[in-house]
Design a protein around this ligand. Structure first.
Ligand SMILES: [Zn+2]
Length: 498
């Protein structure tokens, strides 16, 4: 194999990395994680109540301990709390047999670290990511979720532990970095403000491999792409892959995470909102979050690339603009599809310029811009949405109508095998941009709903097709408390990389 040119990243990359690192180092890591009341997620229902009850329980415990009364009696209470609040099961008995009490587990591990449970996005330039922090056995584990290897978009997600926290000899919660291939080693976690935490590795030499950067790169490539660089013939793709390795490996698991929520489900939704894997050409597979906002369906990137970074709105589908596809032989003709989509695109653009106009497109836009005016937009959009919610429901007695689907000739698809029936189609726009997110532009395209778990998008200008497939992983502690919080999160996420 030719030596891999592991050159220094471009100045712009390095500069932004330094900025991130300076911020991180300005935070003290030798403190206990912040447990302040203000840290608790506002929307976590009765969290505040739970917190005060817990404080009371801890006080009682401390008092009892001081007076020397029987701790055994209170053990059942702590066990119940571990079971009910953190969903622990048989592991508790195993732990108690090993000499660690439920009380220690609750007071020293679960309660102090409860604020880091759930879904998070790492601040790692344009690339983003998806971290799921869960109680797993006697550990709290941070799992990084990775898409399957390109282009097998329907394969299950892969996951890799980045850190774990556990009780060491029932004394103190211990944080360990799990990055690299030499097993767990010393790490730190710090929560500085609400809905944000940072991880740090204290032994980064554990990430290094005997074969140096070459070996580290090959191992990363095998994990990330399931292929060697020689097997990736496309030169531009090789460049993108090298760039991602150089950029991301410099963090050495020293990352800041921001909380993300799964979208709340509304009865009017076209299909169940949630997370999907999608094909993004040379960039490989990326993770997007599909959510519904009045007459608009939006796909936001949780992972991104140097062109369109994580946090950006990759697809914006106008549900007030349904499209009826022609017969199969006509579908094969890209000119037919172009005429239909560009016709709507121009109409919608005119509607945006003249918001006073009474076309359905402009009404749809107005409803969208009002943000969260679901009741209003439902009235406007009874055609598309109300109908969709019926056919989208799995409990519906009559199966939804499907019709044959084929990609137009000349449209590039990552997967030769794609769904051959469609259920609903809508006009939408997809975000394209130059390297470094330069000159971003929303370009017209076709959103195709295949079934409850798959949809596609034809990028008209790029003459390419993206196929999206639902993530089926169980992700607890992740739903947004309400639509307002969810939309605020989307806005924040977009601003991180704008
Ligand atoms: Zn480490």
């Amino acid at each position: 194999m030719e030596p891999v040119p592991l050159a220094a990243p471009r100045p712009v990359v390095q500069e932004s990395l330094c900025r991130v690192r300076r911020t991180k180092h300005s935070q003290p890591f030798d403190q206990e994680p912040g447990f302040a009341e203000s840290d608790s997620p506002e929307g976590a229902g009765d969290d505040r109540e739970t917190t005060s009850r817990t404080k009371e329980a801890i006080l009682t415990w401390t008092r009892k301990k001081r007076s020397g009364s029987q701790i055994l009696n209170t053990e059942t209470i702590w066990r119940r709390r571990c079971l009910e609040e953190f969903g622990m099961k048989e592991d508790l008995r195993k732990m108690e047999a090993g000499g660690v009490s439920s009380q220690d587990l609750y007071v020293k591990l679960l309660h102090p670290y409860r604020h880091i449970l759930g879904l998070w996005q790492p601040d790692i330039g344009p690339y983003g990511g998806l971290l799921n922090v869960v109680v797993d056995g006697l550990f709290i584990i941070g799992w990084m979720y990775l898409p399957p290897h390109d282009p097998r978009v329907e394969d299950p997600m892969r996951r890799r532990p980045l850190f774990r926290i556990h009780l060491l000899e029932s004394k103190k919660a211990t944080v360990e970095c799990m990055y690299g291939h030499k097993g767990p080693h010393k790490g730190d976690i710090q929560t500085v403000k609400k809905d944000e935490f940072s991880t740090k590795c204290n032994q980064t030499d554990h990430h290094r491999m005997p074969g140096g950067r070459q070996e580290e790169f090959r191992t990363w490539l095998e994990e990330e792409w399931g292929r060697t660089l020689e097997e990736i013939f496309h030169e531009h793709m090789q460049e993108l892959i090298l760039m991602k390795f150089i950029y991301t490996s410099q963090y050495d698991n020293c990352l800041t995470y921001r909380r993300i929520y799964l979208p709340p489900m509304m009865p009017s939704d076209l299909l169940q909102p949630g997370l999907f894997k999608g094909t993004y050409g040379s960039h490989g597979l990326e993770i997007v979050m599909l959510s519904f906002h009045g007459t608009s369906a939006r796909a936001t990137k949780l992972t991104g690339d140097p062109n369109v970074p994580a946090g950006q709105l990759t697809l914006d589908v106008d549900l007030s603009q349904p499209i009826d596809l022609p017969e199969l032989d006509q579908q094969r003709n890209i000119d037919v599809l172009s005429r239909i989509i560009l016709g709507i695109h121009e109409k919608v653009q005119r509607g945006v310029e003249q918001p006073a106009g009474d076309t359905s497109a402009s009404v749809g836009r107005a409803a969208k811009e009002s943000g969260g005016a679901i009741a209003e937009s439902m009235e406007v959009d009874h055609g598309a949405c109300a109908d969709a919610s019926q056919s989208g429901s799995s409990s519906s007695s009559s199966p939804p109508e499907t019709q044959p689907f084929v990609l137009p000739l000349g449209v590039m698809a990552r997967n030769e095998v794609y769904p051959r029936t469609w259920r609903k189609c809508f006009y939408g726009t997809g975000l394209i941009a130059g390297h470094g997110f330069t000159s971003p532009e929303r370009t017209p395209g076709l959103f195709v709903l295949f079934d409850e778990d798959r949809f596609g998008f034809i990028w008209l200008e790029l003459k390419s097709f993206s196929l999206y497939s639902r993530l089926t992983d169980h992700l607890p502690h992740a739903h947004a408390p309400n639509m307002e919080r969810f939309e605020a999160m989307l806005r924040n996420m977009q601003s991180w990389t704008s």
